[in-house]
Write a protein that binds this ligand. Structure first.
Ligand SMILES: Nc1nc2c(ncn2[C@@H]2O[C@H](COP(=O)(O)OP(=O)(O)OP(=O)(O)O)[C@@H](O)[C@H]2O)c(=O)[nH]1
Ligand SMILES: [Mg+2]
Length: 360
């Protein structure tokens, strides 16, 4: 999963990146000047499953975070490596400045998170309108003149793009209204930024840390929708805490009323926003956690593991992680008649341990 950290200049993007990646895997520059950090999602269930099957290797879900430069400076559309990263990203983390600091001037002269959220969305919308208008111009001719099969495809595309455009014209980011998986897939190649799920991350000042929950609730109420999430944290404090030994960090957190760690909270907010479920494969060689969209079938889960496994799918043996641990393993679960045999249309549930039987 790739998450792009975006926002206006000096909103705290790099500080958020540091807070989320420090002490969690590697941060590296990719040679183009963009920092990339890999964060492994901590999951206690996975660790326990690995112990149960005596796994040689444990593979958590990995999230790649990309720290991007400020977008839309002087109204310019994203270009070069930043544009590529944005196009590939599964979701955006929009860092919004809510901290006050005289020595770090805000590009608009004052701190006003609501204004910045609206302004940033307006930039995303403008960017996408230009893309859609260019595409519509090209394809409208095809929709009128091409041979029947091609014409029908083009007409369908014109219809879908027209609908997206209507939302953009109304200043409404389509991420919250175009939610049909097939439609999102059909639009995937355009790189529409306002269609990407977005977590609004309110970067609060140190003096507001004790009010974090209240602030977060306020922004959630106002902005959280289908594929827009909202959370609040003090990036600078979190970046500093992330550098401390865990025990010390916990003590500081308690003293400051800073709650749980930033990484866990942000990743949980992303998971919730993307409506992902986690499933496990409990192999001796490798016990692994995976994520797929809510409502996905076990056949899609198989495809995530390997396309060969999807192609040769016969059936899947499925059991909830807790039940598997209670029973003591797959052999015991089978004996107890608790290892369910599921066909390709079975909808994967949170915490399922899945073993796909397949032939190649
Ligand atoms: N007081 C305070 N300062 C912060 C906080 N987050 C960031 N800053 C400061 O704001 C300045 C800008 O932070 P960066 O993380 O570099 O911001 P950025 O969005 O990456 O900036 P650009 O990449 O230049 O657009 C730095 O001096 C940070 O220390 C915060 O939560 N509280
Ligand atoms: Mg930066």
């Amino acid at each position: 999963m790739d998450l792009a950290i975006v926002g206006l200049a000096r909103s705290g993007k790099t500080t958020v990146f540091k807070a989320l990646t420090a002490g969690h895997g590697s941060a590296s520059a990719d040679g183009r000047g963009e920092a990339i950090g890999a964060v492994k999602i901590p999951d206690d269930r996975l660790q326990r499953l690995a112990v149960l099957v005596n796994a040689k290797k444990v593979t958590p879900v990995e999230v790649r975070l990309h720290d991007l430069p400020a977008l839309f400076e002087r109204g310019a559309a994203p270009s070069g490596p930043a544009a590529e990263t944005l196009a590939r990203a599964d979701a955006l983390i929009h860092v919004v400045r809510a901290f006050e600091r005289d020595d770090v001037p805000h590009p608009s002269g004052s701190t006003d998170p609501e204004r910045d959220i609206t302004a940033f969305d307006a930039e995303l919308i403008l960017n996408d309108l230009a893309i859609i208008e260019r595409r519509l111009e090209k394809i409208e001719t095809t929709a009128r003149t091409a041979k029947a099969a091609e014409r029908e495809l083009a007409q369908r595309e014109v219809e879908l793009l027209g609908r997206v455009k209507k939302h953009l014209d109304d200043n409404e980011p389509p991420r919250d209204v175009i939610t049909d998986a097939a439609e999102i897939k059909a639009l995937a190649n355009y790189g529409l930024l306002s269609l990407k799920p977005m977590l609004i991350l309110i970067n609060i000042g140190e003096s507001d840390v004790a009010q974090r929950d209240t602030i977060e609730a306020k922004f959630r109420e106002r902005y959280a929708k289908t594929r827009t999430g909202a959370t609040a944290l003090c990036a600078r404090l979190e970046a500093e805490l992330a550098e401390l030994p865990p025990a010390e960090a916990t003590e500081f957190r308690a003293e400051m009323g800073a709650g749980e760690g930033a990484t866990d909270r942000v990743l949980e907010a992303v998971r919730e926003m993307l409506a992902l479920v986690t499933f496990f494969t409990a192999g001796e060689k490798d016990t692994r956690a995976w994520t797929i969209p809510q409502g996905a079938t076990v056949l899609q889960a198989a495809g995530k593991i390997h396309t060969d496994i999807e192609r040769g799918f016969i059936r899947a043996e499925v059991i909830g992680w807790e039940k598997l641990l209670d029973l003591g393993g797959h052999t015991e679960a089978r004996k107890a008649g608790q290892l369910r045999q599921e066909g390709r249309t079975y909808v994967v549930q949170e915490g399922d341990v899945i073993n796909v039987l397949f032939n190649v």
